[in-house]
Design a binder for this molecule. Sequence first.
Ligand SMILES: Cc1ncc(COP(=O)(O)O)c(C=O)c1O
Length: 313
Amino acid sequence: MNQTSKPDTSCGCNSGRDGYLIYLDNGATSFPKPPEVIVAMEHACRVLGVNPGRSGYDLCREAGRVIEETRMLLARFFGGPDPERLVFTANATDALNLAIFGLLGPGDHAISSALDHNSTLRPLWHLSEQGVEVEHVGFDERGYIDPDDVIRRFRPNTRAVVLNHGSNVIGTVQPLAPIGRACRARGIHLVVDVSQTAGVAPVNLDDLGADVLCFTGHKSLLGPMGTGGMYVRAGVDIRHTRAGWRLTTHLAVFGQFSESLSPALVSEPPRMSPPLISGQASVPDTGNLTGTGVSFDRRVSPAGISLRLMSIN
Ligand SMILES: Cc1ncc(COP(=O)(O)O)c(C=O)c1O
């Protein structure tokens, strides 16, 4: 996707011929962001930039509401039935690290592909140093992996298959549904990195047969950098690999902030749903996804977002 726009030259960067910038790097991040996103970010910083969930005053509750609305819109966008299973993270890299380190341990076998992004390959490489067996499937001359090549490699100890939906290098969108079905039948978790496809191609949890979808907010969902998350299917057990503060909704579960030094809270009570990993959802980051393609005029469709992306100038 390319865009032509009259640049803001205040940064001193050169602006190309006739003073126009032709931006061809939307695979890395979409730019410029739509005016709606900029307005939402400014609103979040100026009006809503308080810490959601830490107190009970009106503004704090409104900040929390914006985050919960975003969670609901994104869960619906990915076909996830339960917004509580939608976890905000710092970006797709963070989501993939949480999923990969949280699902795999010594003695497990994992399958990925040569087309995957470093945010998948590097965590897997680290785990391969810690007793996880990792295999990578190749791809054909047209840039597609063969589902049977993945399925043939299943072993009794295969715990996860981690695959890119759309390649950031060659753009091919992989046919993951047969792999999803086979994983389901064997109780293997399929983790799908939808960073390049969310917003430009249909991404649906059930259609892909995925257990975990990891996404970024700053590419074709048109949000700011520093946004992303994952949808974790009910029943999928992702171990905690990080501890800390909780999202707004957890306050209802764990009681008041003033109790946060109690042993029960410090030790992360077991009833805490594992994928709802401790973390801080901040309005200027996650809440701003409500200003993105996910919610333009409530046209929650990849086609709507793509059209919006093309019309930015
Ligand atoms: C396929 C793919 N996965 C993951 C990522 C990482 O995304 P993020 O910048 O949100 O960590 C990228 C970013 O380039 C990507 O293209």
